[in-house]
Unconditional design. Structure first.
Length: 141
């Protein structure tokens, strides 16, 4: 049932429908698990992924967003070098105070705007070590 719902919501591309489904805490986790499965195992259009990611952000389910982005970037070759998704993953790690994950992403990923993320780490989150890592990775020490 949750797989069909995940598939339906992804294909429908309706933010209001996503909001209604994600507000129900009784089904959210099972739905998110199936969304991850759908996005990894089926061909999904870019706009379907965009609406899904936006819906996760709008509903402030940031931990689940990290899981989704990880799966897209690390397990789906089509999105592995997508700079916008990589930047969103790192930025989301800052936002969720997941310092170790942020460091892992900075080290593991390469296709993102390091100076912009470094500026964000400094000004929005006071993450000096992360900013230094980003500046160093970009060659701006």
């Amino acid at each position: 049932m949750f797989k069909q719902l995940a598939n339906y919501l992804t294909k429908r591309k309706d933010k209001d429908a996503w909001t209604k489904a994600l507000k129900d805490s009784n089904i959210r986790m099972q739905l998110v698990e199936q969304v991850n499965s759908v996005l990894l195992n089926e061909y999904i259009e870019d706009d379907e992924i965009t609406i899904t990611i936006t819906s996760f952000m709008d509903n402030q389910i940031f931990a689940e967003l990290s899981d989704l982005l990880e799966k897209l970037i690390f397990y789906n070759k089509r999105y592995s070098n997508n700079s916008e998704l990589q930047e969103l993953l790192i930025s989301n790690a800052f936002n969720t105070n997941n310092s170790e994950k942020a460091k892992e992403y900075i080290t593991r990923l390469d296709d993102y705007n390091a100076p912009n993320l470094a500026q964000q780490a400094l000004t929005q989150y006071s993450l000096y070590e992360h900013a230094f890592m980003l500046y160093k990775k970009s060659g701006n020490e």
